[in-house]
Design a protein around this ligand. Sequence first.
Ligand code: AMP
Length: 493
Amino acid sequence: MSFASLGLSEKVLSAVEAAGYNEPTAIQAGAIPPILERKDVLGIAQTGTGKTASFTLPMISLLEKGRARARMPRTLILEPTRELAAQVEENFKRYGVNHKLNVALLIGGVSFADQDRILERGADVLIATPGRLLDHVERGKLLMQGVEILVIDEADRMLDMGFIPDIERISKLIPFTRQTMLFSATMPKEIQGLADQFLHNPTRVEVAKASSTADTVTQRLVPAGFEDYEKRAVLRDQIKACDGLSNAIVFCNRKRDVATLFRSLIRHEFSVGALHGDMDQRSRMTMLDNFKKGNIEILIASDVAARGLDIPSVSHVFNYDLPINPEDYVHRIGRTGRAGREGTAISIVTGDDEKFLKAIEETIGKSIDWDGEPVDFEAAAEDKKARKKARGRGRDRDRSERAERSEKRGKERRSTKEKREAEASNSTEYDLADAAVPGAAQPEVQGFATPQNHAPAPRRGRRTRDNAPAEADLFKNAAHIPAFLLREARPRA
Ligand code: AMP
């Protein structure tokens, strides 16, 4: 099948040619014709199948007729993450090179004022995350009555992130006569419910079984010990041993591990960057850009970042942790083997991962091959129990040793204090009277302590009643204080 047979406009076809695509992918072949006929579409397709172009190409064709009015966008695309929204914007730039489209991106982390200016000019396409869009609506800067096409992308991710109530609010602001497209990689019953609510008699286009992985991805499991340092060593060995690794994404379950792994790989002189949900928009974009340009070879990422990455040629995906949610496995490894290319996904498995692995294999409908000896989960559980017990014993021993040490220190402190008190009672060394006597030894330089009168510096820390200097100590370096201040006060008659 050719792109020309799908009914796209000449200008769009020439942009597709410039992008270097020879034929439409399955989701494009299935979704483009009904979208051009103004029908609602339910697209079930995993990332990497060319899903974004399946709605951006026909939208650009349809937008050739008509003009945008100030603050009244003509089309709206809802995305769960900023990265995804930014990538859809990039798609519009790439496929809209022959058009003068005004594309507005409303995502968090960018100033409202800049976004207002773009909306004021009239947006043909508005790409937004739900929260930021509602903020603009509430500020009265955005009117939704002109929206003719609504796209809800990555609907299952929206569900995971709790955006469904926001989407319901937004769809109520848009005219009922609109055309709606809903895309999702998986189709749990909640998403089916949404589709029933938002779509009118949709054309259903399903390009792969929900939750399946592409055949072009070679998947492997590698065993590792429980400890983080053991997992890191396995990861390093795997990266080094990989044939044809041009770039890779390493997925971690927790932000904390992204940071630790990043520092560790830097120490081991790998070319790495990190990407997680807590980074500000600018740093995320810069990081992603550097990865896309090949300035960084390995990108360590958390799942929030997983759905949004559109990097056509990732050769390897590593799961440093097996994902807790099996759907995330599908999304993670969907970063490689995209649009028919070959890819490799390697997952590190520890003795703790039995139930996660089982859930993943059930979801993808096949078992994954091991590279090396498979983890013996039963033995690993026993081993862990034994280690925990040993650690508990170690902790008890440490505790009693600590108590002994502390008691010894206390005794030593008590005896030093007694000694000091005995010495102090015999001493007249720093007496207020000495400091005040005219003609007593003066420092050589006014205001600075000389070696003879320089007492040891007090230790830093909070001043307490016990460590406050005695009155005599306060005045012992006080040769520069005028004598009248040191005169004895005479009681009033
Ligand atoms: P997506 O599923 O939208 O994230 O797209 C995955 C990748 O496939 C993107 O990098 C697109 O540039 C690329 N792509 C989209 N359509 C085609 C096509 N018809 N032929 C080859 N590559 C494509």
